[in-house]
Each structure stands twice: as structure tokens, then as C-alpha cells.
Design a protein. Structure first.
Lengths: 302, 337
């Protein structure tokens, strides 16, 4: 993920008209920032829609039946109804909220475990490192979708929090691995010796002298985990193993596939959640790649 | 023992551990279901009025002995391992007398036929595109990079749904799902193969586009990294023609891409479960979907086990191959563990 590159050799630049137009459009080196702002804009719109939508447009029960099977959009139901006659627009708002919440919990849990394991292993070294990394490598090779499927069928009633946590506990190893490598490279820094001499313990050293130095890195890992958490939830829900008694973007897709919304042409039932998932995934990837370049100037390509 | 042998042994041991843990999870987690799966099944069968009295009792006995539910947990695990060793994955709940392994064998060829060509073609095109984008730079790079990034970020099932709607419903160019026309039976005749091919293109397209995007993004960043490396600078200084340098870059950037290919092939079984569900394609994904809906635990366990075996095997082979190919990794690993 983190590609440390040597400066690119300067080659003679040819000033093609197209190149000039593009560089004017980019306003000098703002190429990164456009990507950053586009992703922030997309994500912001979706978060506002999911979090504030229900409050602004009046709370409605997304599971309430308001119409018939696949009623087309009208002034009453803005995005039509689904297979049970429920309002798709309301479902979209609450579903977005559920998916974002699950992604957030999964990302937080995965990042927390990953950072704890990674810093401890990288900082302590020796047997602890070998043991922790051994566990990490074992967990990494066992495909998470398998554990997710098995856990989901074992837990009959899955709340939003439970879904977030089980996704989180199956996806931490990548973060742990990356954080360990970062910690190992920080371990030899001088300010750590200074802190050690003043008697700081392991926990304090990790919290005060290691984690702040790779906060940007941890944040990027979190963004990735957040995105993959949302997609994992959608995949599980599509398989019929999503959170129970609620609605999420994946569950909306699950029902529209089971009730043949795609083949009967009821686009309002499946198109909105599909587009939302695509936008969320794309925006988070864009954000991650722009942050990558922002924090690591050597990746910028002029 | 030479360091290389030690590397082989430790790798093998770690993978065996991972395998045992995965099998244990596969065995234990479905047993956490309140009550036990057999009670749930028999209650459902009785409620559905399918089987009664004596027949029900015999079905119950069969599952109890197959699961070994009348014995302690560790003994059940040994029974499970013994059955696995004989290739016996148990009897399906939902398609009652059918063996799980038979159901899986029937679905697996469809999944492989769908995914393997998609992975290979996507890999070839994606890598060529990525390398070209990195080398050419400029507007071509920007265009190809942003497009690839977008395509690869689309969740594969979302692309599948959009393609199905766009090219089979709104604009009916392709049949709207299934692996073959309704009412046909899978046979090895020309007319059947042609019919299956017609149903093949859309799911294939949905997979290949995503693979191209993902590979292109990966190859581009690898190639840019290599383009910046000292040896390229040095080679340029020596006046070696660009074409030669490109071959050096390509070979160095290829290594991780080859690994990626091997891992994609290993994860092929579980890699696109939902594509098959979207298109109603008769592969492992559709099998798993109906198993989950009908609480067919033996069938679910069979599929998850198959996914695990594929991925662990691919990872293991890649690790071993790396040990052969890349002396640095061999040395580091042998020194570390």
C-alpha cells in the first residue's frame, strides 16, 4: 500500500496544448485536492442524507407498509415501494444510516485491535512479536467471508452492533501487519530513548510516543476498514445473513433480488441502494488515495 | 536442516495450523445454534408435513449419528474429521437424501467455467493497461487511472446488478439470467453449449471488468515505483534504449502481480458468490444462497470448507514458490523464524 519511491528523474517536458489546458484546470498542483474534495463532498452528502434525512423529513418507520408490490414512484412515495409495499425512499435513508453505522463500528473495532496488536508486536519484539504475528498470519489466511458466514448463522438474532463487531473482528489482521512494520521503524527513534530514560512504561510509550507519529497512517487504515466494513455488510446481507429487524442497503438489495425487481424492471427498488453502495465505495477509495499522496509527498507524480 | 528446508517446514506447520483452526470453526460455529441443527430441521420437516412418524424418526436417527450429537463434543469433532478424510461432507437438509459433496461437484464446474477465464483475461488486459498507463503518463495515465480506480471500486455485485438491468432488461441483448434456457438439461451437445454461452457473457463481463480495473490500478502503482528506481535511472544514463528498460521494469513489477493471480485463482470459489446469485447462475454461490435460506447447515459447511481449502492452498503454494523464486524472502524468513 505504502510505496516509498525515489524522486522521479526530470525529463524534458513537451508543452502540448492539451497538457497546458489540463494543468490550468488543475490550478497548479491541486490535482490531489480535487480528488480529496470530490470524495469529501460525496461522502458528506451521503452521511447527511443518512443521519439528518430522517430528522429533517420527519421520522417514519422504514418497515411500515404503505402501498402494494412494487408501486412505481409517485408524489406520495418518492421512490416507489418495495416487494412488501414499503416506502423505498424511507428505507434508503434508514438503510444508509445502518450501513454507515455498521461500517463505522467494524472500522473502529478492526483498527483498535489492529493497532493494539501491531504496536505491541512491533514495540516489544522478540517472543511476543513472533506469537502475535503468528496469530495474525494465521487469521489473515483464513478467509474472512467464511468466518462471517459461519458466525452469522450461529448468531440467530444479529443487531447492528453485533454485525459491526463480527465484521471488525474478522478484518483486523491487515491493519496489525501494517502497523507493526511502522512501529518497528519508529522503535529506533531518539525521542523514544529519551522517554524511556524518563521512566515511561510500555503503554505510555506506545500511546504517547508511537501512535501520534503514525496517526495519519492509522487514519488511512481506518478509512479502508470503514469502506470494506460497509461492503462486507452488504455482501452478507445479500447472502441473507444481514442484521435482523432492520433495514440496510444490502438488505434492500437482498429483497429486490429475491423478488425479481431487476427482471421485472422495478428499477426504483434496486437502483438507489446499488448507486449508494457504489458511491460510498468509490468515495472512500478516492479519499484514501488522495490522503495517501497528501501524507506521503513522494507518491505525488508531477 | 538447510535454511530452505526449515522455511518449508515452518510454512507448512503454520498453514496446517490455519487449516485446523478453520476446520474447527467450520465444525463448531454451526453447533452454537440454539438447540441443535437436527432438532430445528426435524421440527421444520414435521411442520411442513413432508415426513411423518416412522420416516421422521429414521431421518432424525440418521442425522444424530452423522453429526454424532449423542456423543461428547470432542468425539463429535473426531467423527467430523473422520468423515472429512473420507470426503464425506454429510447429507443435505434441504435436498434431503442428496449428499453434500454431490451437490457441490455439480455446481463447481459452473463456477470454475465462469471465473477462471474472467480472472485470466482480466489479469492480462489489466496488467497491460496498467503498465502502459504508468509508462505513457500524461492524460492517458490520468484517464486510465481514474477509470480503473472507479471500476475497481464498484462492488462487484453492484456492477452485476446494473449490467443485468441495463443489458438484459432495459435493452434485452442478453438472456436475463440462468446458466442455460429454462427447461433444458445440461448435456454435452452443441446446441446446449451454444445456449449456455449465450447466458455466459453477461456474468462474465461483470467479473472481467472489475478484474481489469483492479489489476490495472495495482500494476500502475508497481510500475511507477519501478520507474523511479535507481536501476532505471542508471540504465537511462547508460543509454540503454527505452524498450529494454521497459522489459526490466515489467519483469520486476510482475512478481506481485503473479502472486495476485495465484491468489485470485485460489479464492475463485468464494470470490464472486453474489454474481451467481444476481444472474441466477447455477454455481456455488447460488447453491450457498439456497442453503442459507433453508438453514441447510451441512451444505453451508461444505461450501465454506471448499472456500477455505482453495484459499489456503493458493496461499501456501505462493509462499513456497516465493521461497524458490526470491532468495531475499527465503533468507529473511529463514532467519526470522
Amino acid at each position: 500500500m505504502d510505496v516509498a519511491a525515489a524522486p522521479r528523474p526530470r525529463t524534458a517536458k513537451r508543452w502540448h496544448p492539451l497538457v497546458i489546458t489540463i494543468s490550468i484546470l488543475r490550478l497548479g498542483g491541486i490535482g490531489i485536492n480535487t480528488r480529496f474534495w470530490v470524495s469529501i463532498g460525496l461522502l458528506g452528502a451521503i452521511v447527511v442524507f443518512g443521519l439528518l434525512g430522517p430528522t429533517l423529513l420527519g421520522k417514519r418507520d422504514p418497515l411500515r407498509i404503505v402501498g402494494g408490490l412494487y408501486d412505481p414512484p409517485s408524489s406520495q412515495v418518492w421512490l416507489g415501494t418495495d416487494n412488501f409495499g414499503r416506502d423505498v425512499f424511507t428505507q434508503l435513508m434508514y438503510g444508509t444510516r445502518t450501513s454507515l453505522t455498521i461500517g463505522l463500528i467494524a472500522g473502529a473495532v478492526a483498527t483498535l485491535i489492529g493497532v493494539a496488536v501491531g504496536t505491541l508486536a512491533g514495540f516489544r519484539g522478540g517472543t511476543i512479536e513472533e506469537a502475535l504475528m503468528g496469530i495474525t498470519n494465521v487469521v489473515i489466511t483464513i478467509p474472512s467471508i467464511v468466518i462471517l458466514i459461519l458466525l452469522s448463522i450461529a448468531i440467530a438474532s444479529r443487531s447492528i452492533v453485533v454485525m459491526g463487531v463480527i465484521i471488525g473482528i474478522t478484518s483486523w489482521p491487515w491493519t496489525a501487519r501494517a502497523v507493526r512494520a511502522q512501529t518497528a521503524s519508529l522503535r529506533a527513534r531518539e525521542h523514544l530513548d529519551l522517554a524511556r530514560l524518563s521512566g515511561a512504561g510500555t503503554v505510555s510509550l506506545i500511546l504517547v510516543d508511537i501512535i501520534p507519529y503514525m496517526l495519519s497512517y492509522i487514519f488511512m487504515a481506518f478509512v479502508l476498514q470503514f469502506a470494506s466494513g460497509i461492503l462486507q455488510e452488504a455482501a452478507l446481507s445479500l447472502l441473507g445473513l444481514g442484521p435482523t429487524n432492520t433495514i440496510s442497503l444490502g438488505i434492500m438489495l437482498h429483497w429486490s433480488l429475491l423478488w425479481e425487481a431487476v427482471r421485472t424492471g422495478a428499477w426504483w427498488a434496486f437502483f438507489p441502494p446499488t448507486v449508494f453502495l457504489t458511491i460510498i465505495a468509490f468515495a472512500l477509495l478516492l479519499l484514501q488515495s488522495s490522503l495517501d499522496e497528501l501524507f506521503n509527498p513522494r507518491l505525488r507524480r508531477k | 536442516m538447510t535454511p530452505f528446508q526449515r522455511y518449508l517446514v515452518t510454512k507448512t506447520a503454520w498453514y496446517l495450523l490455519a487449516f485446523v483452526l478453520a476446520v474447527a470453526a467450520n465444525f463448531y460455529l454451526p453447533r452454537l445454534i440454539p438447540g441443535n441443527p437436527v432438532d430445528a430441521l426435524v421440527a421444520r420437516m414435521a411442520a411442513g408435513g413432508g415426513a411423518e412418524g416412522e420416516a421422521l424418526r429414521r431421518i432424525y436417527q440418521l442425522y444424530i449419528s452423522e453429526f454424532g450429537l449423542d456423543r461428547p463434543l470432542w468425539e463429535q469433532f473426531l467423527v467430523y474429521l473422520g468423515n472429512l478424510a473420507r470426503g464425506d461432507l454429510g447429507t443435505s437438509f434441504s435436498v434431503f437424501p442428496a449428499k453434500v459433496s454431490d451437490l457441490i461437484w455439480r455446481a463447481l464446474p459452473w463456477t470454475i467455467a465462469l471465473q477462471l477465464p474472467a480472472i485470466l483475461l482480466g489479469w492480462l488486459i489489466g496488467n497491460a493497461l496498467g503498465a502502459l498507463a504508468a509508462y505513457r503518463g500524461g492524460w492517458f495515465d490520468r484517464g486510465a487511472f481514474v477509470t480503473s480506480l472507479f471500476v475497481s471500486s464498484i462492488p462487484y455485485y453492484c456492477l452485476a446488478i446494473m449490467l443485468l438491468y441495463g443489458l438484459a432488461v432495459a435493452l434485452p441483448l442478453f438472456p436475463a439470467g440462468g446458466g442455460y434456457s429454462y427447461g433444458r438439461l445440461p448435456t454435452f451437445t452443441w446446441s446446449f453449449v451454444l445456449d449456455a454461452l449465450r447466458h455466459y457473457w453477461l456474468p462474465f463481463l461483470s467479473l472481467v471488468l472489475i478484474f481489469i480495473g483492479g489489476q490495472a490500478v495495482g500494476m500502475r502503482s508497481m510500475a511507477i515505483y519501478e520507474l523511479n528506481a535507481d536501476y532505471v535511472n542508471y540504465a537511462r544514463g547508460l543509454g540503454i534504449p527505452d524498450r529494454r528498460i521497459v522489459t526490466y521494469i515489467f519483469r520486476n513489477a510482475m512478481l506481485p502481480q503473479v502472486t495476485g493471480l495465484a491468489l485470485s485463482i485460489g479464492s475463485l470459489v468464494g470470490g464472486a458468490l453474489i454474481t451467481e446469485i444476481v444472474f441466477g447462475y447455477p454455481g456455488i454461490g447460488t447453491l450457498l444462497f439456497s442453503a442459507i435460506r433453508q438453514n441447510d447447515y451441512p451444505l453451508i459447511q461444505g461450501v465454506t470448507l471448499l472456500i477455505v481449502i482453495g484459499i489456503l492452498l493458493a496461499n501456501y503454494l505462493v509462499d513456497i514458490a516465493y521461497g524458490f523464486i526470491d532468495p531475499r524472502i527465503r533468507a529473511v524468513q529463514a532467519g526470522e523464524r
